[in-house]
Design a protein around this ligand. Sequence first.
Ligand code: FAD
Length: 467
Amino acid sequence: GDADHRCQLVVIGSGPGGYTAAFRAADLGMDVILVERYAELGGVCLNVGCIPSKALLHAANVIEEARHAADYGIAFGEAKIDLDKLRAHKEKTVGTLNKGIAGMAKQRKVRTLTGTAEFASANRLSVNTAQGVETVDFAQCIIAAGSQPVKLPAFPWDDPRVMDSTGALMLKDVPKRLLVVGGGIIGLEMACLYSALGSAVTVVEFMDQLMPGADPDLVKPLQALLKKRGVAIHTSCKVAKVTAGKKALSAEFEGASVPSGTDYDRVLVSVGRSPNGGKLKAENAGVQVSERGFIAVDKQMRTNVPHIFAIGDLVGQPMLAHKATHEAKVAAEVAAGHKREWVARVIPSVAYTDPEIAWVGLTETEAKAKGIAYELGKFPWAASGRAIGIGRTEGFTKLLFDPATHRVIGGGIVGAHAGDLIAEIALAIEMGCEAGDIGHTIHPHPTLSETVAMAAEVFDGSITDLY
Ligand code: FAD
């Protein structure tokens, strides 16, 4: 029979992938419906990911900066933390952006439908709303249903003291003893946050290095600072089991170096995210989903069913918001009939830890594993006037070059504002810059951005005497 709604394009999920795709398609003249199971738009990134974590990490940085200021004669005393106000800061930040996205949807006449979508066929969704099931007929569809935290079975999930990242961002309290299971980006960001707020934090990572994926030299300054602040770090260590006791959660570890304590007041499990591709009855539309829940796409973000696209976390790694938004624009433009495909060479990664860690393009670990030849230009921040002035000499900037062409093929930065600084290296790679192009570009003095130019000059041999 007739559907309750019909449209040219339906988008499932309103995260950075979904809302970007919906808005781009509407701007290109398409008639769009955006389906989201939650009342608030913005997905994981806005509601329980990128945005609230950075709002809270800002507070952590203020606390640590104030402590550090005592070193140069400015003492503030211990921080008095009003958790209600801190949570309000986070909620206000999220709320402002929720309203912004809803406003943008309205402005573009994107219709939003609140409910959980499933495929009924290759041209129909059935959406479970508060008013009952509503059907949506579509000519084209973009799946942007995202991912969710992996819930390891060895943990008592019915105990409220066991948290995933969403629970950690709720910031119900500042636990005396926090165990962070998984030393990836999310786990380490939360370790920085809770450590600054006063928790005794223990981080346990299964692999032999924190933040697997980043070069080990980039991780070292972070690891050193965390240790200095009293964070216990155990790599090559596994949390075998957590049992809920009355007074504490007690953990069992396996590995060469295990934490001395077994009791914790809260446990954060941050061991990765799993894609939501398997929960959409995609088989009713003939869309192939992998066993793990990923949906394979081509360069135009089309699934195996050509009028159904997929973008964001559920099409694969890296699970990052800026990857989702970029894919979203490609999918929306292709759906609108434009000749478009994914052409970006690199996707930057950033950990908003203290210090920040950022990398883009080829890493040294990857180059060594694949036998790719590279040469390095590395500039230690101990030789940067700005870094010395702000007391952040632990950082460094490195660039990887193709030995034959001298083109930049990768880069990594650890230090304050590394996440902002990495954008220049991403641009350099996209533009096919050679070392001289960066070195001969006048960078403002005294800034941390100079360290990117200096790293290029170190490679070129125009800087030989750093100390
Ligand atoms: P999501 O944001 O996951 O959105 C999917 C949406 O689809 C959700 O709103 C969901 O409710 C909805 N949905 C799912 N199934 C259905 C259905 N059947 N019907 C209707 N709606 C449905 N990335 C960064 O780039 N930078 C960061 O700093 C960063 N920090 C992070 C911090 C944390 C704590 C976490 C957890 C993640 C962080 N990420 C960060 C990752 C980032 O949040 C994701 O990469 C991004 O949200 C993926 O976007 P998406 O559009 O694919 O999906």
